[in-house]
Design a protein around this ligand. Structure first.
Ligand code: BES
Ligand code: MN
Ligand code: ZN
Length: 521
């Protein structure tokens, strides 16, 4: 079984303290100072202007010599030579002012922090990008700076010797704001930003863990730890429970592995009293490793399939964040967790399984396992009296071909719910794109022997996957998010770092905020 004691004595090397101070930035005495510049500005004003003056016009000079233009993520690192108490000043480019968004605040903050960590800075102060001439609300700007800083500094290094990269650690970020009236709002923003970033980090950690450590049982254990720490209700269904409920599709996938399947259900009741408020159900694919099963995948790149539980991680992380924010809304997260392996007990192509709602599925390809476990998990969710369902899954390689690593694929039976999800995704800076669900696509998954088959050929792969899921949600308003292309990334960019991204965690939290009626961004 899994042996997770490697993690017991583990100390994060990316834990940063964030505080707000009303202090003149020229008197800040840490290691470095972060200011910013919009593209095309020749003579910086405000905080950047004050620093420029203190440095004898070094920033203006760099702009004049076209060394620095303020393009998005462009950086100018200056030494102060005693002209300021800090050793270094970093000017981060914000891009064109007319293209400025909250998401650029997140990514600029991340890029600045990573650059300074790389040069060994431990104590850093930053102005709150966007709160001045950027024209953003103080709480939103402070939230975004915090989110960006913490997410950009995230690293997964628990299996590396500390001397390799744990040495360089940013300890403290001080946000400087001279207008006292803005401070309470900014403090609230920092608190929200930290909760959002820590939820994403929780998901990233789960996705980055290798399959030998993060088995279905270990995923359940970590969910339990998270839930009990927050006073949430948690229920774990075991194999015997699944048999009783008739979850034949989920059990068929699980039968090839020695690891026992788990169905994790976490509930948060933020809306007290009876009432008739919305009850949001979040369902996440939890395949802790996907080898493809008997329809085995090619070995090249197969290691990335340790992340095939990213949807499950996203819904657990979202409910964690929602509970920490104490949002007045009721949410249930459901994660079917299995390992998909080939063996003498594995299911075969041609097998027919029966899901909890009595519908039968012919398993043409054992590698299309996500839809099988979700079939039962969605049926289970429908029996829980939820008013809205959102599922998140690394479902198809085909969505990566269609949308790349830029946008998550979205599918729905309810335009209004999708509108809300879209709005939340925009607030989070996590892009989604709707794909169609015409009835004609269901033709492709008709089976000669069962109610449906689990693959529909090469055409419209992400859609036929979604069409199969649609058989298991009844009439409940539902959105399916296919994150196969967005759950992991190969390159560092803005607040994303190599490996797990934590895709859709913040979107789901923002969605819960809109359900709670606060609509805060
Ligand atoms: N987990 C994979 C999808 C995936 C691919 C996620 C690439 C992340 C990156 C899923 O279980 C799968 O194998 N899907 C098959 C479906 C096919 C057999 C219809 C695929 O996409 O090849
Ligand atoms: Mn698969
Ligand atoms: Zn899979």
């Amino acid at each position: 079984m899994c042996d997770s004691d490697v993690g017991v004595a583990f100390e994060r090397s990316d834990r940063v303290k964030v505080e707000i101070r009303t202090q003149d930035l020229l008197s800040y005495e840490g290691d470095a100072l972060i200011v910013n510049l919009f593209e095309g500005v020749g003579h910086p004003g405000g905080a950047t202007g004050a620093v420029d003056q203190a440095l004898g016009g070094s920033i203006t000079a760099a702009i004049r010599r076209q060394e620095f233009k303020g393009k998005l993520h462009e950086r100018l690192l200056l030494h102060t030579f005693g002209q300021l108490p800090v050793v270094q000043v970093l000017v981060i480019g914000l891009g064109k002012q007319e293209e400025f968004t909250l998401d650029r605040v997140r990514s600029a903050s991340a890029e600045a922090m990573r650059q300074l960590r790389a040069v060994g800075v431990r104590k850093v102060a930053s102005i709150v990008h966007g709160a001045g001439i950027g024209g953003l609300q103080a709480d939103q700007a402070a939230c975004a700076v915090t989110e960006g800083a913490l997410l950009g500094l995230y690293r997964f290094d628990r299996y590396k010797k500390p001397e390799e990269n744990g040495q360089k650690v940013v300890q403290k970020l001080t946000l400087l704001e001279c207008d006292r009236a803005k401070v309470p709002a900014m403090e609230e923003g920092v608190r929200r930003g930290r909760i959002l970033a820590e939820a994403v980090s929780f998901a990233r950690d789960l996705v980055n863990e290798p399959g030998n450590i993060l088995t279905p049982s270990e995923l359940a254990t970590r969910a339990k730890k998270m839930a009990s720490g927050l006073g949430l209700t948690i229920k774990i269904l075991e194999r015997a429970d699944m048999k009783k409920l008739g979850m034949g599709a989920l059990l068929g996938v699980a039968q090839g592995s020695q690891e026992l399947p788990k169905l994790i259900e976490v509930s948060y009741k933020g809306r007290k009293g009876k009432g008739t408020g919305p009850r949001l159900g979040l369902v996440g694919k939890g395949v802790t490793f996907d080898s493809g099963g008997i329809s085995i995948k090619p070995s090249e790149g197969m290691e990335a399939m340790k992340g095939d539980m990213a949807g499950g991680a996203a819904v657990l992380a979202a409910i964690k964040g929602i509970a920490e924010l104490k949002l007045p809304v009721n949410v249930t997260a459901i994660v079917p967790a299995v390992e998909n392996l080939p063996s003498g007990t594995a299911q075969r192509p041609g097998d027919i399984v029966k899901a909890m709602n009595g519908k039968t599925i012919e398993v043409i390809n054992t590698d299309a396992e996500g839809r099988l476990i979700l079939a039962d998990a969605l049926c289970y969710a429908c029996d829980r009296d939820l008013t809205h369902l959102v599922d998140v899954a690394t479902l198809t390689g085909a969505v990566v071909i269609a949308l790349g690593a830029v946008r998550t694929g979205a599918f729905t039976n309810d335009a209004e719910l999708l509108r809300q999800v879209k709005e939340a995704s925009e607030a989070a800076g996590e892009k989604i794109w709707e794909l169609p669900m015409d009835d004609e696509y269901a033709e492709q998954i008709k089976s000669d022997y069962a109610d449906m088959k689990n693959v529909g050929g090469r055409k419209a792969g992400p859609i036929t996957g979604a069409k199969l899921l649609a058989n298991f949600i009844g009439k409940t308003p539902w959105v399916h998010l296919d994150i196969a292309g967005t759950a992991q990334t190969e390159k560092e960019n803005g607040y994303q770092v190599k490996g797990a991204t934590g895709a859709m965690v913040r979107t789901l939290i923002y969605l819960a905020m809109s359900f709670a009626g606060s609509g805060k961004g």
